[in-house]
Ligand binder design. Structure first.
Ligand code: SAM
Ligand code: SF4
Ligand code: SF4
Length: 300
């Protein structure tokens, strides 16, 4: 990110805090909900089975930009399955840059070519060590690691959704992030219990133990993208939500914070740490602001 853009984001933050504004800064566009996997914890794959047309996505990017959004995520379904009118993800990222977004990231399951230098950060879902990951995501771990080794960039951040099946394997996943030259960092979320996946949630004691593990990993210089103070706040579970600074758009429908916002009661059990972090940041939490500056300057 350019220094000038970073300063503009900082200004946005200051204005939001002082004037208690509720304007969005982070937008996510769901390109398609087609997916080649059926992960145990996921509730958003292969429902409408629509490939969002290129023209619609570009129109939504422009709408987002005009609303003041400057950080853009492309997500899915499987994000990298998206293609339309001969265009692929690289064309979308290039277009997003032309429009003027400061940061353009993608989220992917990593089963398809990961050599996408155009993205600022590729959030790559790895859900545990080989055994735990495969038990959640099917037999994909080796394919993903092979794709990581073929990527020529170090813009990959592991994205792990922590649940009952994988929480004991966090140190192994941290080692992957530390030792693989193509992996830049690691970011955690906790399981959000969509209907039918409640059995994957951790108990309060397990959450506490997990946060203790993550903090120990931070002390050992593991490149962890999360803010330490948000981990504590997540445990207390009294942060303000949904997060008004984030918008998700899928097939012309917009949601504040996440698609999950419409599921009654789910926000109370939210495990998405970005929502905790943004809530703290825009509430003017000094610790969160300081830790965010440090983390972004290091990894983005
Ligand atoms: C819905 S997927 C879409 C992108 C891509 N298919 C992937 O798996 O990375 C985006 C992220 O949401 C995470 N996710 C899915 N269901 C979740 C849940 N119930 N709780 C927390 N994270 C979840 C996935 O693990 C993944 O990292
Ligand atoms: S790969 Fe992503 S979208 Fe597909 S089922 Fe798994 S978490 Fe859901
Ligand atoms: S707080 Fe946001 S991310 Fe969390 S469940 Fe609610 S809408 Fe989804």
């Amino acid at each position: 990110m350019k220094k000038r853009d970073f300063l503009k984001l900082a200004l946005f933050g200051i204005k939001t805090i002082i004037f208690k504004e509720k304007k969005p800064i982070l937008g996510t566009i769901i390109l398609t909900d087609y997916c080649n996997l059926h992960c145990k914890h996921c509730a958003v794959n292969n429902i409408s089975k629509v490939m969002n047309p290129y023209e619609n996505i570009v129109e939504e990017m422009n709408n987002f930009y005009n609303k003041g959004i400057r950080i853009l995520f492309f997500c899915g379904g499987e994000t990298l399955l998206w293609e339309h009118s001969g265009k692929n993800i690289r064309d979308l990222i290039k277009k997003a840059r032309e429009i003027g977004f400061y940061i353009v990231n993608i989220v992917t399951n990593g089963t398809i070519d990961l050599d996408i230098k155009e993205a600022d950060v590729i959030f790559l879902s790895i859900d545990g060590d080989r055994q735990a990951h495969n038990s959640i995501r099917g037999d994909t771990f080796d394919t993903i690691m092979n794709n990581v080794s073929k990527a020529n960039n170090s813009n990959i951040c592991i994205y792990m959704a922590i649940n009952k099946l994988n929480y004991k394997t966090i140190p192994e996943v941290c080692s992957l992030a530390k030792e693989n030259p193509n992996i830049n960092s690691i970011s955690f979320n906790f399981h959000t219990p969509y209907e039918g996946t409640e059995y994957l949630s951790l108990t309060s004691d397990e959450k506490r133990e997990t946060i203790h593990t993550i903090k120990n990993m931070m002390k050992e210089d593991t490149p962890i993208f999360n803010l330490p103070c948000a981990l504590d706040e997540y445990l207390k579970n009294n942060w303000e939500r949904p997060c008004c600074q984030c918008i998700v758009s899928e097939n012309n429908k917009r949601y504040i914070c996440g698609r999950c916002v419409e599921i009654e009661g789910l926000c109370n059990e939210c495990g998405y740490l970005f929502a905790v972090e943004f809530s703290m940041l825009f509430d003017g939490n000094v610790k969160a602001i300081f830790q965010m500056l440090k983390t972004y300057l290091k990894y983005v």
